[in-house]
Structure formats: structure tokens, C-alpha cells
Design a protein around this ligand. Structure first.
Ligand code: PLP
Length: 466
């Protein structure tokens, strides 16, 4: 780095920027060769940092050096094509570049007037997605509904629950309110209830395929009403975290409507698949939902963070969250001519996340995203077929999307040991989970660059270690 080391001139920024882009390009080129999981001990990275902040400025060269020396040993490689753990958090070069542009612009899109492009691009792109994912036309900004980008599905679900609570505030205290989920629902829903002060998060039994048992739901609602409690919402899942089970949205909607509740749909991972028509039967009845969330930051090649929440009717959402202090008053908002997304979620400030969603959809086209989804699902089907044909293993659950869950037939401990051995090999990462005391291995195929060669290599590893 040349020049005054106390700051980065535009020219130095340009040079360092080129080096940084090279660094990221090299990383993405070689990430498939790196051990997938970081193997550092707790505290090992912190120990490489001084105990106090530097008093004097440091040159960018030192920062770049420490990216390799300090940071990289402690990185778990979510972008590796050998990443099969949790769900994907996949990404893509256009998304990374959009993040750079967004950081350079550094806008705060809390109000339309604080950066009209940030708001209008977000609105238009989320309207596009309504069409692309076969969602109801009325959820577009041109109808009564609308979409908003949030940080995470947890935020979106929390927001939906706060709206449900607000809608029911005249019926009694929040401590007496009840939200229903299947016992396979993501922990974010229970957390959302806690944060919203909702008294009860009732976990409903599931059927043999881990989808919500609607008769059990109805029985629970009746029992709670009889006990003087206030059922306010059901959160259905399309693609549970454990096994990607899909709750029967249409049948749940019957119960929701009968008892006047708010129906929120959590499609955090599987929502992306809805861009392919063949998966849409799994969300049949979705037009009857009040809100719906999915994460482009899981499986749509948009890097973390980028979540979408749609509401069928934006009025209750805005009614719940809009508070207008004098310093935020402005002509455009007062004329009602614009969307102010600050009224659509908990935080005031908001990043220009729509840029990366826009760039990804434009760069790949809907057809490119569809073929990525289909490729991953085909790879998952192939792997599932191999597992089914092998007497050492058993499929644990249906595999409608890119997740394959299996066990070793020789028991819980053998399954756990196999999962641990895969992870310790450094050649792939999987997740070992458990339902009702039965351990199973989750292989989640969804990394942008994963091909059949990577899944073949995983299968060879599973074979060798079994
Ligand atoms: N819902 C489901 C079904 C999930 O699988 C996850 C995360 O894996 C979440 C919600 C939480 O997502 P986020 O990390 O965006 O809050």
C-alpha cells in the first residue's frame, strides 16, 4: 500500500479492491479443495488477536495477510461444493458483487425518500417472485398484499406473530394467546412467541411423514378454547428443518379459518423450489395463507442475508408496526404515494438487499434458477436411490427436495459414528440429527457448484467409512 497509511485514497481503494476481488475469486476457485469444516479449538482465533485495539493505523497489506493467516483457519466452508450440512447458504458471483455495490452506496433504505431506488427495486422484484413462485396475484404490491425483505426467516416469523398478537389484542392478554406449530417446526417460531410475549407455543403431533396432524391440531385448538385460552395463529411449514416435511396447508387453512386465526407459512428453505411448477402441489392451499416467508439466502444463490416475507393484506402489518416520529415525516410518505419499508419490519434502518436479489435473478434468469433447483433435486434423488439399494442403510424420511435423510440399519450409534467420521474426514460436511431418539444423517444438496462428481465422492466416502 502506498501513500498515507492513515487512510485509503480512492486510488488505493481501487488497487486494494482489485486485489480483494482476486482473493475472493481464488477462494471460490479453490474452496472445493479445502477441508470443509474448520478444526480450530475454541479460543484459537481470538488468541491470534491482540487484547486491545491498535492505537496506530495498519496498512491494508496486513489486513489481507491476516485474512489468510488468522481468519481462514477458522472458516467453515459453506461455499464448498462438498457442503451437505444443515441447509445450503448458497451464493453466486453476481450476488457478491451486488453486496460490494450496496456497501459502496451505503444507503439506508428505511423510507422511500431515503433512497427511492432501494424501495422501488425491492417492491418490483418481490412482485416478480410472486409470479415466479406461483403465489397469489393479490400478494403483489398492486393488490392488497405485498412483500418485504428482512434479515432472516426468524425475523419474518416473529413479525407475523406480532401482527397476529396485535390483531387479537382486544380478546385478552398475550400470555393467554396460543400459537400452533408441528413438533417438527423450526425453533424460530417458539423464539418468536417468546420475543412477542405470546404465552403458549403448542407443538402438534405429526404423521408418519413428519407433517402436521390436522386432527390433532383441531383437538388442541378446541382444548385451549375450552380452557379459556386464545388461539391466534398456526405456523405451517413447507420443508421442515429436520426432514423437509410439508404440512398440509389446505387442511390447516380449514382449521385456521374456522377459528379465525392468522396462518403463517414458513417455507424458509423449500420456497425456492416453488420456482419450478412441479413442486407447487406441496404448497397447495397457499392462497389461503395470511403470510409466507422464504429465504433466497438459503437456496437461491443470494448470499446471506436475504429473507422475504409476503402478507396477503399489508394493512394489519402496517397498522401494527407504524409509528411516526416527527423527524421521519416527509411529503412523499404523507401523500401515501410510496412504500416506507420501515413500517414492514422491526428495525428502522435497512440495507439495500434487493440489489443482490435483482442481480441474481437477472444474471441467471428464472430458467437458470429452475435448472439449479432441478439439478440439486435430481442429485438428491440419485443419492436416495443408492441408499435405498444398499442393505447397510435405510432412508429415514421422504425426500421431496434436495435433502436426503438416512440411517445405518445397525443402529443409532453406528449412524452417529458414520456422520462424525464423514465430518472428521474434511472431505464433506453433513449434519447428524435426531427425531424421537433416532439418529439420522442429513445430506443437504444445494451448494451452487455441487455436481454429480461431488455427490459421487460423498457416496464413496460413505461407502468407505461404513
Ligand atoms: N425455518 C426453517 C424451516 C428453517 O429451516 C430455518 C433455518 O434453517 C429457519 C426457519 C430460520 O432461518 P433464518 O436463519 O433465516 O432465521
Amino acid at each position: 500500500m502506498s501513500g498515507d497509511p492513515t487512510h485509503m485514497t480512492p486510488d488505493e481503494f481501487r488497487q486494494n479492491g482489485y486485489r480483494m476481488v482476486d482473493w475472493v475469486a481464488d477462494y471460490l476457485d479453490h474452496v472445493g479443495e479445502m477441508p470443509v469444516l474448520s478444526s480450530v479449538e475454541p479460543g484459537a482465533i481470538a488468541a491470534k488477536l491482540p487484547a486491545s485495539a491498535p492505537e496506530e493505523p495498519e496498512p491494508f497489506d496486513d489486513l489481507l495477510r491476516d485474512l489468510d493467516e488468522v481468519v481462514m483457519p477458522g472458516i467453515t466452508h459453506w461455499q464448498s461444493p462438498n457442503w451437505f450440512a444443515y441447509f445450503p447458504a448458497n451464493s453466486s458471483p453476481p450476488s457478491v458483487l451486488a453486496e460490494l455495490a450496496s456497501a459502496g452506496l451505503g444507503v439506508q433504505g428505511m423510507l422511500w425518500s431515503t433512497s427511492p431506488a432501494a424501495t422501488e427495486i425491492e417492491t418490483r422484484v418481490l412482485d416478480w417472485l410472486v409470479d415466479l413462485m406461483g403465489l397469489p396475484e393479490s400478494w403483489k404490491s398492486t393488490g392488497p398484499g405485498g412483500g418485504v425483505i428482512q434479515m432472516s426467516a426468524s425475523d419474518a416469523t416473529h413479525t407475523a406473530l406480532v401482527v397476529a398478537r396485535h390483531q387479537n389484542r382486544h380478546r385478552g392478554p398475550a400470555e393467554d394467546m396460543v400459537v400452533y406449530v408441528s413438533n417438527q417446526a423450526h425453533s424460530s417460531i417458539e423464539k418468536g412467541c417468546t420475543v412477542a410475549g405470546i404465552g403458549h407455543c403448542r407443538k402438534i403431533d405429526v404423521d408418519s411423514e413428519f407433517a402436521m396432524d390436522v386432527d390433532a391440531l383441531r383437538t388442541a385448538v378446541e382444548a385451549d378454547r375450552a380452557a379459556g385460552l386464545i388461539p391466534i395463529s398456526v405456523v405451517s411449514a413447507i420443508g421442515t428443518t429436520g426432514t423437509t416435511a410439508c404440512d398440509p396447508i389446505d387442511a390447516v387453512a380449514d382449521v385456521v379459518e374456522e377459528y379465525g386465526m392468522w396462518h403463517h407459512v414458513d417455507a424458509a428453505y423449500a420456497g425456492t423450489a416453488m420456482i419450478c411448477e412441479e413442486f407447487r402441489p406441496l404448497q397447495e392451499g397457499v392462497a389461503r395463507a395470511d403470510s409466507y416467508t422464504f429465504n433466497p439466502h438459503k437456496w437461491m444463490m443470494v448470499n446471506f442475508d436475504c429473507n422475504v416475507l409476503w402478507v396477503a393484506d399489508r394493512a394489519p402489518l402496517i397498522d401494527t408496526l407504524s409509528i411516526l416520529p416527527p423527524y421521519l415525516k416527509n411529503e412523499a410518505s404523507e401523500a401515501g404515494a410510496v412504500i416506507d419499508y420501515r413500517d414492514w419490519h422491526v428495525p428502522l434502518g435497512r440495507r439495500f438487499r434487493a440489489l443482490k436479489l435483482w442481480w441474481v435473478i437477472r444474471s441467471y434468469g428464472a430458467s437458470g434458477i429452475r435448472s439449479m433447483v432441478r439439478r440439486h433435486v435430481e442429485l438428491a434423488d440419485d443419492l436416495a436411490a443408492r441408499i435405498e439399494d444398499d442393505r447397510r442403510f435405510e432412508l429415514f424420511a421422504p425426500h421431496p427436495f434436495g435433502l436426503v435423510c438416512f440411517t445405518r440399519v445397525d443402529g443409532h450409534d453406528a449412524t452417529r459414528s458414520l456422520g462424525d467420521a464423514i465430518n472428521q474426514s474434511g472431505r464433506a460436511a453433513v449434519t447428524v440429527s435426531e427425531i424421537d431418539g433416532v439418529a439420522f444423517i442429513r445430506v443437504s444438496i444445494g451448494q451452487t457448484t455441487t455436481t454429480s462428481a461431488h455427490v459421487d465422492a460423498l457416496w464413496t466416502l460413505i461407502d468407505d467409512l461404513s
